[in-house]
Design a protein around this ligand. Sequence first.
Ligand SMILES: Nc1ncnc2c1ncn2[C@@H]1O[C@H](COP(=O)(O)OP(=O)(O)O)[C@@H](O)[C@H]1O
Ligand SMILES: Cc1cn([C@H]2C[C@H](O)[C@@H](COP(=O)(O)O)O2)c(=O)[nH]c1=O
Length: 228
Amino acid sequence: MAELVFFSGTMDCGKSTLALQMDHNHRARGRQGLVLTKHDRAGEAVLSSRLGLSREALEVGDELDLWDLVVEQATHGRPVQYLICDEAQFYTARQVEQLARIVDEMDIDVYAFGIMADFRTELFPGSRRLVELADRLQVPQVEALCWCGRRATHNARVVDGHMVVEGAQVVVGDTTSGPTGEVEYEVLCRRHYMRRMTSHAARAQAASPEVLPFDLDLCPLPIPPRGA
Ligand SMILES: Nc1ncnc2c1ncn2[C@@H]1O[C@H](COP(=O)(O)OP(=O)(O)O)[C@@H](O)[C@H]1O
Ligand SMILES: Cc1cn([C@H]2C[C@H](O)[C@@H](COP(=O)(O)O)O2)c(=O)[nH]c1=O
């Protein structure tokens, strides 16, 4: 029986890599699928992984009806057996409902990949609906780590070196530094997210003679060197 599975983890934990691997494995066994994405960092209509792999994909606009898309494929002699849906946090709630209907009424497997929450810890609309409707939630095996060495659970947004908690929900960006002024992201454990302690802030605090010695309980690993 077909399933709607939501693979969810922080940024940089390997979701897009897994999406590409799953597509590869299904395709290698002769199954026909569709690969969808929305607002990939690498540009429109592409699914890219930080490991360097990428492939073309269908860009999901807000108005795209996913049910109609699959019906149209079948009508033109291209029956679909599975869907890979990357950056699913950006899909609308309605599109997620269309995915659930595709699973239930067409018996097509749907594998969705995305982050659960934004830089303010609020759920994205697409992820919320996936949590409500998915048959299974799956956490990718590879864990992204906070600078302290703990498992990263939160996505922090950093502007000009400072963590921010206000702003637009959607700002496409990466976990590595861009030019000054650009939005970037850093994954953190909850403790350090709550304290707004990014790797940059930790370095600054460790270097300051005015602060008390760093709380070792919150920092099991050495403070990361600049650029780490
Ligand atoms: N140079 C590298 N060598 C090995 N693994 C890497 C390298 N660069 C990135 N990765 C792996 O790729 C993961 C990010 O993969 P990606 O699919 O882009 O993540 P996501 O889609 O979850 O944001 C990292 O967690 C890391 O495991
Ligand atoms: C936390 C957060 C992230 N985004 C964007 C940044 C990236 O373009 C994607 C996540 O992609 P990844 O493959 O999981 O790294 O989401 C955003 O727009 N708003 C946020 O709050």
